[in-house]
Design a protein around this ligand. Structure first.
Ligand code: BGC
Length: 399
């Protein structure tokens, strides 16, 4: 297909996304501590799993393979890369910054820019320094000013960065850690959940101000994980879907609407609401068991039009170790995204999750989201067939 309807806007950003804890290796933070805790190990062993598959350890050693990762991005013809920097590396002790780590990130940023790859930096992607955890993590309101101080340090260290993303998926983090209790700090408590959510909103606003004061030209936003709550006919279904849509998809964005220049949206889920949630048909599912339902990206993007800000799909992808659906899925999601653009959604970029197979949080190394596989003994990166399909779309800026 090569006609104007399959053409993406000029200057569209094409990239992939990763997160520090999932790729860098060698980190000490609340997650690495949890991965090695006796309770976590016992829980995994009880299910017959090998605990080392669930410990980030050297991850895919991106900290020492920056050039190799950049080569992968070049192979994909990308003009952008979304990655996160690790707070625990930059500020390993309260108020004490590691200048060598900052320099390392800075060199990476400069190398990306030399290759014409625009960095989109996430300041926080689920992990916390141990000293933050000690204070009670995000349930302690003091963490808001800690985060602002860290932000200030980072934005002054990397003046050439234009795109800043404060938090990755506050909804998912608060839910997984404080409602489901599956992620550290594993505190199932609805009051803490609301406290954490509120503090994340406050910290976003504070960080936004810090970044804009430092450089008004920057583009700052949060990354939300929005879901298509797709109501089956009937008033009850409409009320259910509308209410959850308001809370899950819009609440955080409404709270920060005067503190954002761009919106980052991660797309993974369709949720059919039919007198209950997740009544999905599941005709195709990923290795995570998540329904592959590309059409959902369209309503998700159209709902964001109300904010009148440029939108970036900061993540979209699937666990698919056999690479059987990835190329199809990318093309279908992009086809529906184009339809949304034609209906007025100001979509400016797409970042595939993920560049590399990596550490998939509570699933450890057992799930493969990468366009590239990684040999975790030699650290060699190899493209899956779908990588070439994506590279061609990126190269031509059309489907
Ligand atoms: C997160 C990633 C994660 C991906 C796949 C997103 O919610 O931002 O860190 O690996 O989903 O589960």
């Amino acid at each position: 297909m090569n006609n104007s309807s399959s053409q993406f806007p000029t200057g569209f950003y094409w990239g992939t996304a990763t997160a520090a804890h999932q790729i860098e290796g060698g980190l000490t933070n609340d997650w690495s501590k949890w991965e090695k805790s006796p309770a976590r190990i016992a829980a995994l062993e009880a299910r017959g799993f090998n605990p080392t598959d669930y410990q980030s350890g050297q991850a895919v050693n991106s900290w020492n393979h920056l050039e190799a990762d950049i080569a992968c991005l070049e192979q994909l013809n990308c003009n952008a890369y979304r990655f996160s920097i690790e707070w625990a590396r930059i500020e390993p002790k309260e108020g004490m910054f590691d200048e060598a780590a900052i320099k390392h990130y800075h060199q990476f940023i400069k190398k990306l820019q030399e290759k014409g790859i625009e960095p989109f930096i996430t300041l926080w992607h689920f992990t916390n320094p141990l000293w933050i955890q000690k204070k009670g993590g995000w349930s302690n309101k003091k963490v808001v000013s800690d985060f602002a101080r860290y932000t200030k340090k980072v934005v002054s260290a990397f003046p050439e960065v234009k795109f800043w993303l404060t938090f990755n998926e506050p909804q998912i983090y608060a839910g997984k850690s404080y409602i489901e209790g599956n992620w550290p700090p594993q505190k199932k408590n609805i009051f803490l959940y609301f406290k954490v959510f509120r503090n994340l909103i406050k910290a976003h606003r504070a960080a936004y101000k810090v970044i804009k004061e430092h450089n008004p030209e920057t583009q700052v936003g949060v990354v939300v994980n929005n879901i298509d709550f797709d109501a089956a006919p009937g008033i009850i279904n409409n009320i259910l879907a509308g209410t959850i849509h308001w809370w899950w998809n819009l609440y955080f964005l409404n709270q920060i609407k005067n503190y954002q220049d761009i919106i980052g949206v991660n797309f993974y889920f369709h949720n059919r609401v039919n007198y209950g949630f997740s009544k999905n048909e599941n005709k195709k599912v990923s290795d995570m068991g998540w329904e592959l339902y590309p059409a959902s990206i369209k309503p998700i993007l159209l709902h964001l039009k109300r904010y009148q800000k440029p939108i970036y799909i900061t993540e979209n992808g699937l666990a698919d170790s056999k690479d059987q659906y990835r190329a199809w899925y990318i093309k279908e999601v992009l086809r529906y995204a184009l339809e949304a653009i034609h209906e007025g959604a100001d979509l400016r970029g797409y970042f595939h999750w993920s560049l590399l197979d990596n550490f998939e949080w509570a699933e450890g190394f057992t799930k493969n989201f990468g366009l590239f596989t990684v040999d975790r003994t030699t650290w060699e990166r190899s493209p899956r067939p779908s990588a070439e399909v994506y590279a061609q779309i990126v190269k031509h800026n059309h489907l």
